[in-house]
Design a protein around this ligand. Sequence first.
Ligand code: TMP
Length: 394
Amino acid sequence: MIKKFLDLGIQPLANRYLTKKDILKKTQELFYHLEVGFNTRTKLVSILNKIPSKIIFDDKYPYRSSMSQTMKISFKKLAKDIVNIYNPHMILEIGSNDGALIRNFSKKKAICIEPCKNLAKITKRMGYKTYSNFWDIQLAKKIKSKNIDLIYSANTLSHINDISSVFSSIVHVLTDDGILIMEEPSFLECLKKVAYDQFYNEHIHVFSLSSIINLVKKFNLEVFNIEKLNTHGGSLRYHIKRVSNNKFEIDNKVKIQLEQELMNGIDKYSTYIKFKNKVINSKKKLKQIFLRLKKKNKKIIGYGATAKSTTVLNFCNIKNETLEYFLDTTPGKIGKYMPGTHISIKGYNRSLLNEADYAFLGAWNLKEEIFKKERRYIKNGGKFITHVPVPKII
Ligand code: TMP
């Protein structure tokens, strides 16, 4: 049974940045009602109103994995670990994006799956076998390679509505002793940080270890190891094998994480109601901060025009009268406008940052990298505003 616990209001599609032409022509944006529910049987947390994938993942999808040093370093280290621990014959990546991970592997030993044509083009050009399709059983049947012994996926499986079809398609192509490694934002972290901006139309599910265990069981798969990651505001990397594969034992970290999730009430509906109340409080506090600063005529901008920011700004009704513009380094976002709020996005430029008294940290998940880069701004009195874990000025 799915029980609704959170209503984040009417929201635009999170990664659908608008062009100047869209603004001038007053192009109608697509909005949806962002509500979140909890499955009492599987413990899976999912959004309730889903936008068809074909509308979201088209040939203009702007998100690029290689845009942050944090992600690049994380992928490089992972590629080394994969070779050291599993030494795969053939790796298949579901949601290969711009090749941030796969570039660390030989072209003969890797297959990319990437439905967004603009991104698939990048790995094709790099020389990797790339299928520009959605991950499903039709595609799994098309793949002829019989030695896929490692499947990797980061921040992709949570974007797929039919999660059972995801795992049945994986089981179809994976060798008997093959390994699935998937990493996704952790619901426990989301709960602790009151990071309600993990919810937007693309993040259909926010997984926990508890829910993954329940979901993969049906396919005779089990989680035998996990790693905690700093990426995307706190993620879990799950190492999954067939139950029949006795090569690996179940690591104690799995037991510990499961205990922590249960201790934090991840299996109880009352936890979700408490979370909802914290989200409502967070909205109130963030609005108060902006209001107070605006009354003092402070110049506020945004730093990192993330998809997550779209949830926050539209939920809190913060528009361009309050937040003058965003700064971002992603080429596909520069010169465009934030969905729903129409706040403009300018290419990152230190002097534009220096003009601001306060910068709202849209990319709070990359805080360390950003704070290191902006030492000068901070030293000269520049301040950041964050809403995670509680709204405050830092
Ligand atoms: P993400 O949270 O979805 O990874 O997106 C991070 C966004 O922040 C991405 O659009 C790039 C942007 N960004 C900057 O503009 N400057 C930076 O220094 C960093 C680290 C990220």
